[in-house]
Design a protein around this ligand. Structure first.
Ligand SMILES: [Zn+2]
Length: 388
């Protein structure tokens, strides 16, 4: 009896005695904003403004001593046009994090609970001035050119990015890098097909919320949307092969697909976007939606048919699940789980440039055959401007 009580006390004491540690300090730059992320070993009380407009943001973590893990710098020079530098000051009575901005800039400070494989985090996000306007202008230009050149627009979405690494494979291979490699290869291939112009939702390593991804497609007046991912099985060695998803309104094909959708949909939690209710339920039976779903199935089948041409990967079929990123009604969309990143054979393929290029080729052939099967003609005289 006594031993048990002593054990409990010792555990509680050791929990309270353990100082919080700063385990990571990184920055990410996107066209819209710039972020600094402080990884901490435990949730910790902090004092900082929630949001504001300033040249300097200070986060105070009073009371507890905070250690810096090995390899975590005390100063981070960013100089990305939004954030100049970050400074970490630690002492016995607490710590202060300083973020120096280039100009007086709109910012917000968020704390995120530990999620999936992420620790507790403090995030400072600063708005890139003119960034949103420049992005809007870029989308408008694409939409105008689409009309003038009479081309089909394909939006290719490399899954994850920045803070949100996606699934992890052996030897440090991250899903967010693999998806960008395959997506770039696909865009290059698509742009060689007369009558098609392809664009990425992100061309660098930064986080985009799930809904923002398809909204970018909507703004550029996309005809198709393809999101690229890599799978990861929870049971060791269980997973191999490729599968292509389109949206399900009623739930997933089976439990494993539901789990996968939950994992992919967790991206916003990992990256720090508040959960919102599904704003599309009211148009569940909309004709537009049904037509987009039918075309999405055809797209998914066309993509998988061509992926299956690569004999190194088994075809796992076309499946359905409730992926947030597929929820636009403006165009058919599909999500490609290229291969399994935690499978020792497939991760080697996924990390190789040759394989990524080949996968881009196969998926581009899938897109071409989708347009054929859907009876959608491609303007072969691309480049020659057609007067409106
Ligand atoms: Zn993913």
């Amino acid at each position: 009896m006594t031993g048990l009580v002593v054990g409990v006390v010792a555990t509680a004491a050791s929990v309270f005695a353990a100082p919080a540690t700063l385990t990571g300090l990184k920055s990410w730059s996107s066209p819209a904003n710039s972020r600094v992320v402080f990884d901490l070993s435990a949730a910790i009380a902090h004092v900082a403004p929630d949001s504001g407009f300033s040249r300097e943001v200070e986060i105070a973590l009073p009371g507890e001593p905070i250690a810096r893990a090995q390899g975590v710098p005390s100063t981070l020079v960013v100089r990305d046009g939004v954030i100049d530098s970050v400074q970490v000051l630690t002492g016995v009575d607490g710590a202060r994090f300083h973020v120096w901005l280039r100009d007086s800039t709109q910012f917000k400070v968020m704390s995120l609970p530990a999620q999936v494989d992420k620790p507790y985090r403090l995030i400072v996000e600063a708005v890139r001035r003119g960034g949103a306007a420049a992005e809007a202008q870029r989308m408008e230009t694409i939409a105008t050119e689409k009309k003038e050149d009479r081309v089909r627009i394909v939006t290719v979405d490399p899954g994850h990015g920045g803070e949100d690494t996606g699934a992890r494979g052996p030897r440090g291979v991250l899903e967010k890098h693999v998806t960008l490699g395959v997506a770039k290869a696909l865009v290059d291939e698509l742009n060689q097909i007369p009558g098609i112009k392809a664009f990425l939702t992100r061309d660098k390593d930064y986080f985009i919320p799930l809904r923002e991804r398809y909204r970018l497609g909507e703004k550029m007046k996309a005809d198709l949307f393809i999101s690229i991912h890599a799978n990861s099985s929870r049971r060791r060695g269980a997973g191999h092969g490729s599968e292509v998803y389109f949206l399900s309104l009623k739930g997933a094909s089976d439990q494993a697909d539901a789990d996968l959708a939950d994992t992919e949909n967790a991206a916003d939690l990992v990256g720090g976007v508040p959960q919102s209710s599904d704003d599309l339920v009211s148009i569940l039976y909309d004709v537009k939606r049904n037509s987009a779903l039918q075309q999405s199935q055809l797209l998914a089948e066309s993509l998988l048919d061509h992926l299956a041409a690569d004999r190194r990967l088994e075809s796992r079929g076309v499946k359905q699940a409730g992926f947030v990123v597929l929820k636009s009604v403006e165009f058919p969309s599909a999500l490609v789980e290229t291969a399994f990143i935690n499978n020792p054979v497939e991760v080697r393929l996924l990390a190789s440039k040759d394989f990524q290029k080949n996968m881009g080729k196969q998926l581009a052939a899938g897109v071409r055959s989708y347009f054929q099967r859907a009876g959608i003609g491609l303007n072969s005289a691309t480049g020659a401007r057609v007067s409106p």
